[in-house]
Design a protein around this ligand. Structure first.
Ligand code: CA
Ligand code: CA
Ligand code: CA
Ligand code: CA
Length: 256
């Protein structure tokens, strides 16, 4: 079994040197069922040609409170990769965080523990609303992943139901979303499978383009979170209610 250090090196090895300002992630499409086990071990991703992208943006506010920047790369840094097969999206996030705090917060407050957030907008269509109002529509949502106090992986996050944002315990699990977390002294890895039908109504294949974002919360001293980083420049942490700062995930080539 490969160490997390090796896996991080594998993920980081494919970073491109060019500036990442467009926030378009180019995903591989596997025409067959992905040979992936959702267990937090990414050795089964090797050879699929999945590109890793770093989360370079540091959020300055979250929930109206000022957030601290990460102290260094070991305190908080992360990269993600994603690909699709005919039935699912697969997302992996490698987080460096030398103090992993999970399971402290009750359901509905897990953004105040170490946690990864994945955001989907199934069709890149945004309702036009005033600043401060949610512009989510029915295929927009947040999936947050952490562990509960028993060490069990728990999924949380906001979606639009009856015109309002809600968080339901067990909702994402009931729709077939599966996630695993593997922790180490250096941090943790989230590996997740999201059935396409949760957000996307068209068949998956090259050319499909959806809205997407990845964010990571960091708590190091208990209580409220200390820092947050984001793939896109959502510096005020609004992706839980607005797709304004989402990037895009484009399936742009066939994989091996
Ligand atoms: Ca795996
Ligand atoms: Ca930290
Ligand atoms: Ca932490
Ligand atoms: Ca906490």
């Amino acid at each position: 079994m490969r160490s997390i250090a090796v896996l991080i090196a594998v993920l980081f090895a494919s970073f491109s040197a060019e500036a990442d300002t467009s926030y378009t992630y180019k995903a591989v499409f596997l025409e067959r069922k992905a040979p992936i086990v959702i267990n937090g071990d990414l050795s089964d991703w090797e050879g699929l040609g999945v590109e890793a992208k770093p989360l370079k943006n540091i959020c300055t506010y979250g929930g109206g409170r000022r957030l601290s920047p990460p102290i260094n790369q070991m305190d908080l840094s992360a990269s993600f990769g994603c690909f699709a097969d005919p039935d699912n999206f697969y997302v992996a996030v490698v987080v460096r965080d030398d103090k992993v705090i999970m399971g402290e917060e009750p359901f509905g407050r897990t953004h105040h523990d170490d946690s990864v957030e994945i955001y989907f907008d199934g069709d890149l269509v945004r309702r036009h609303q005033r600043e401060g109002q949610t512009d989510y529509d029915a295929n927009d949502a947040q999936i947050r992943c952490t562990k509960d106090k028993h060490g069990k992986v728990v999924l949380e996050g906001t979606g639009l139901f009856g015109g309002r944002l809600f968080i339901f315990p067990g909702l994402w699990e009931s729709l077939g979303i599966v996630a695993a977390i593997k922790t180490s002294s250096m941090g943790y890895i989230v590996e997740m499978k999201v059935p396409k039908g949760v957000f996307v109504s068209v068949p998956l294949g090259v050319g499909v383009n959806i809205g997407f974002n990845v964010m990571v919360n960091d708590d190091d001293d208990g209580g409220n979170r200390d820092s947050k980083i984001s793939w896109t420049a959502d510096l005020s942490d609004k992706s839980y209610m607005s797709t304004r700062h989402f990037g895009s995930l484009k399936i742009d080539r066939k994989g091996p």
